[in-house]
Design a protein around this ligand. Structure first.
Ligand SMILES: Nc1nc2c(ncn2[C@@H]2O[C@@H]3COP(=O)(O)O[C@H]4[C@@H](O)[C@H](n5cnc6c(=O)[nH]c(N)nc65)O[C@@H]4COP(=O)(O)O[C@H]3[C@H]2O)c(=O)[nH]1
Length: 833
């Protein structure tokens, strides 16, 4: 609620102003006052300007005995000038005006028009005077001494004393001791009527309404208001007239105390104002000068104000920021969930603080520490948000740098032991959770000490940096390379499936390190020893894995350095065996150690050769003939399969051409294709190229894929099968019955034939289950419209069963084992005869 002192005066001014023109006669003005009950009349000129005021007090100066005095124009007797105050002036400022001009009335003006009259009484009354009035009694007020004239005295005498002593009323005593009263208002009435020659007893008001001196001012005011009179007689204990008081005296009597109180309150208010102005000034200075950016938005988040630090930090000027939202600074580095949480905090708690990455006007990112506070009104409605932020980019960078230094090796930039152990621990947790394997390689350089001792530490450092970058280059994605100390490095290979993969990585690392290089201008030959531990076989915890890899590394040193050792002996043996095989397989191609043999496919009823399956053989110089079952998986892992597969196709196609030219073979030759060839090589192009090279129709070639590969729902692979089919190649599924074929999926594959796996054929003559499975496969093939070939037919009983069941083609030792190309050609020739 507004303080009474601060309310505008138009709210307390009385609006019924009595007015007249300057030419109005005094008696006319007095009559108007009597009629309207007003205590004053304002004189306006023709331009409607208030030029003076004539009050009841002025009426005392009229010489009632002289008619001309009553007939003077009011302009000659009015008080001038009259003070006019603007309607919006506060009551507080009006008090100041009254005091400065020593006046009790002022006119109130609004938009050039007089709208009311304000008096000191109005000011006092509007402040709530009850408390003052209740405390004071009539005998305590400083009223002017009462003037009592006799009823036989003349009016002129009464007017003279009222004028001289500035009285608003006098007492009139009658012979019987009773009292009457003559007031300024009565005088105005006389001015109006012209009754100037009279005894007081005839014109005074009688009887008088009076109270005792012990009455409180509050009670006295009530009596005045109740009887609608303007003056009250105050009698002393002996019932003598002690005072005549009017409303004005009552007000005046408390005015002093009130004004003291009022001025005290005003002083306090002024002081508070000065103080708050000073605090505002201070706040303003802080806003302007602080190092922290400040943004003030409205309740909807639109920026209303920013300080110079905001501009310094973000690059946006005040003008560019105002009216926008803080999203102006958005970097996209925080997720939508982050902002949702921030707003939730602001709504619920009215505050949020934290770190945010924002973007400056020049596009660069910066990190700020931000505090946002919601400013609410008394109903809890949010009026503003104030955001204060400091740019902590440099501090963050320093922290990150410190963190990096604490976790990385200063020389090579690789993770150090601390970080590596952390990564190892998390690898253990991940592998345990997802049931995966991983390998830890512990690498120690051979003869590093010699390089250090002979060529100096700088040379040693140079070499370590080179090794570090070599290791990073060669390590697969997602693996961790670290330097534990001196010349000790570690590599963490995650998502590893086989020991062979690890062995092959370890060998690549050895190959990369053990090259001759120049250090400090000197050629040096450096090699390394690697110890390998595997999770979970060689340790369930990080520590155990590290110790075991270290132990395996010492074994590698003992075994002549420049080699790797698995911690588990068995793994070691297997890995080395595979490695040897891989190495010799590389050589096999170059040294012409591979051969393609052929196993006839026959018509089961007649034994006539209708085609053949090409089967790879490796004639190893030491180990003799090696089965493809042994080396094809190694070829697949080392990606040798692509070149080997190409070689088999080339060799088979060349043979087909020969046999076709010789008129020996009309049917197809089937070549095995592995899953890896289908997925990762350009098999379609290779096949197309071979057909073209040997001018063969596509019907001369068949490709066999195993059931498990065919069922891999890799969309890329299915597409390759379709492209092969589009070339006209006959596709068949090998080893059918060993996998888990989905028949509906099978139906969608572009295959034309099934080969019943030899494991069912082997015992079908004596095992009812195998016989039943074979029968089932035969009926599936029939219903899907697929050709059938039975593999591994060794006995005539098997052959007969198959023919009876409706399988008409087969291959197996009953007809012929796989034989070299020449031998197969002989079989074809024999059939010709
Ligand atoms: N016990 C018995 N076995 C018989 C009989 N008839 C044929 N076999 C053998 O069964 C295997 C049939 O080949 P596969 O199922 O395609 O199985 C093949 C094939 O998956 C793969 N393979 C062979 N050559 C290649 C090739 O060039 N490329 C690819 N990717 N894989 C090949 O190696 C596997 C093994 O080939 P092989 O050792 O030649 O073994 C051949 C063959 O010698 C029989 O009556 N009784």
């Amino acid at each position: 609620m507004m303080s009474p002192l601060m309310q505008p005066i138009e709210q307390i001014a009385s609006t019924d102003i009595l007015s007249c023109s300057p030419e109005t006669l005094v008696r006319e003005a007095a009559a108007m006052m009597m009629e309207s009950g007003c205590g004053s009349i304002v004189v306006f000129n023709s331009a409607e300007q208030a030029i003076g005021i004539w009050t009841e007090t002025d009426a005392l100066s009229v010489d009632l005995s002289d008619e001309t005095s009553r007939c003077l124009p009011i302009r000659e007797v009015m008080s001038t000038p009259v003070v006019t105050l603007p309607h919006h002036m506060s009551v507080h400022d009006v008090v100041g005006q009254f005091r400065n001009n020593a006046i009790r009335h002022a006119l109130v003006e609004k938009q050039g028009k007089i709208i009311g009259l304000v008096s000191l009484s109005d000011v006092v009354l509007c402040q709530g005077t009850e408390a003052f009035l209740g405390l004071k009694r009539l005998d305590g007020i400083q009223a002017k001494p009462v003037v009592v004239l006799q009823s036989s005295d003349s009016l002129a005498a009464a007017l003279a004393s009222m004028r001289e002593q500035e009285l608003t009323a006098i007492g009139v005593q009658f012979a019987d001791g009773s009292y009457g009263i003559l007031t300024q208002r009565d005088v105005v009435g006389l001015v109006a009527s012209g009754r100037g020659q009279a005894e007081l007893g005839d014109i005074c008001t009688r009887p008088v309404i009076g109270v005792s001196v012990s009455t409180s001012l509050l009670q006295a005011r009530r009596v005045i208001l109740q009887h609608q009179i303007r003056h009250l007689a105050v009698f002393d204990a002996e019932h003598r007239l002690a005072h005549i008081i009017g409303f004005r005296e009552i007000i005046q009597s408390i005015e002093h105390e009130f004004l003291l109180e009022l001025h005290g309150a005003l002083r306090e208010r002024d002081e508070a104002l000065v103080q708050s102005r000073q605090s505002l000034l201070l706040a303003d200075k802080v806003f302007e000068a602080t190092m922290e950016g400040i943004v003030i938005t409205d309740g909807n988040g639109f920026i209303q104000s920013v300080n110079p630090a905001f501009t310094r930090i973000t690059g946006y000027s005040r003008e560019e920021a105002i009216g926008k939202t803080p999203a102006l600074l958005k970097s996209g580095k925080q997720s939508p969930e982050f902002y949702e949480y921030l707003w939730r905090c602001l709504r619920n708690d009215g505050a949020w603080q934290g770190e945010v990455i924002n973007r400056r006007k020049n596009g660069l990112l910066y990190t700020e520490h931000l505090s946002i506070t919601a400013i609410r009104d008394e109903r809890g409605e949010c009026l503003h948000y104030v955001a204060v932020f400091s740019d902590i980019t440099q501090r963050k960078q320093a922290e990150e740098r410190l963190h990096f230094l604490a976790n990385h090796d200063a020389l090579t930039g690789l993770p150090n032991r601390t970080l590596f152990i952390e990564k190892l621990q998390s690898a253990v947790e991940q592998a345990r959770q997802y049931d995966r394997r991983f390998a830890l390689l512990f690498i120690d350089l051979d003869r590093f000490k010699m390089v250090n001792d002979t060529l100096g530490h700088h040379a040693g450092d140079e070499l370590l940096v080179r090794i570090a970058s070599e290791l990073q280059r060669i390590a697969p994605n997602l693996s961790t390379v670290a330097r534990l100390s001196g010349d000790e490095f570690t590599v963490l290979l995650e998502n590893i499936v086989t020991v062979q993969q690890v062995a092959s990585r370890a060998q690549s690392i050895l190959d990369a390190i053990s090259a001759e290089s120049t250090v400090a201008g000197q050629g040096v030959f450096i090699s390394a020893s690697i110890g390998i531990s595997m999770f979970p076989e060689d340790g369930a915890m990080a520590d155990a894995l590290l110790v075991n890899a270290d132990t395996a590394m010492y074994r590698a040193k003992e075994r002549g350095k420049n080699n790797f050792q698995f911690y588990t002996a068995d793994m070691n043996a297997r890995a080395i065996e595979r490695l040897k095989m891989e190495y010799s397989l590389h050589r096999a191609l170059a040294q012409n150690e591979l051969e393609v043999w052929y196993q006839p496919k026959v018509e089961l009823s007649s034994g006539r050769i209708i085609g053949a399956e090409a089967l790879l053989r490796w004639r190893h110089p030491d180990m003799g003939l090696i089965s493809p079952a042994q080396f094809i998986p190694i070829a697949e892992e080392s990606s040798l399969i692509t070149s080997i597969g190409e070689w088999v196709l080339d060799s088979s196609c060349a043979a087909i051409r020969r046999w076709r030219d010789a008129g020996l073979l009309q049917g197809r030759i089937a070549v095995n294709v592995s899953g890896r060839q289908l997925k990762y090589s350009s098999i379609v192009d290779t096949v197309a190229c071979m057909l073209e090279r040997y001018a063969l129709p596509s019907s001369a070639l068949e490709l066999e894929i195993t059931e498990s590969v065919a069922m891999d729902e890799d969309s890329g692979m299915v597409e390759v099968l379709h492209r092969l089919q589009a070339l006209g190649i006959y596709l068949s599924i090998d080893d059918f019955g060993t996998g888990y074929s989905s028949l509906s999926y099978l139906k969608r594959l572009p295959v034309r034939g099934l080969k019943i796996d030899q494991s069912f054929i082997m015992d079908l003559h004596q095992d009812r289950d195998d016989a039943a499975i074979t029968q089932a496969i035969i009926s599936i093939a029939r219903s899907l419209g697929l050709d059938l070939v039975a593999e591994g037919v060794e006995l005539d009983e098997q052959r007969r069963f198959l023919v009876e069941q409706g399988c008409h083609c087969g291959q197996g030792y009953l007809f012929s084992k796989p034989v070299p190309a020449d031998a197969f050609e002989a079989l074809l020739r024999a059939q010709q005869v």
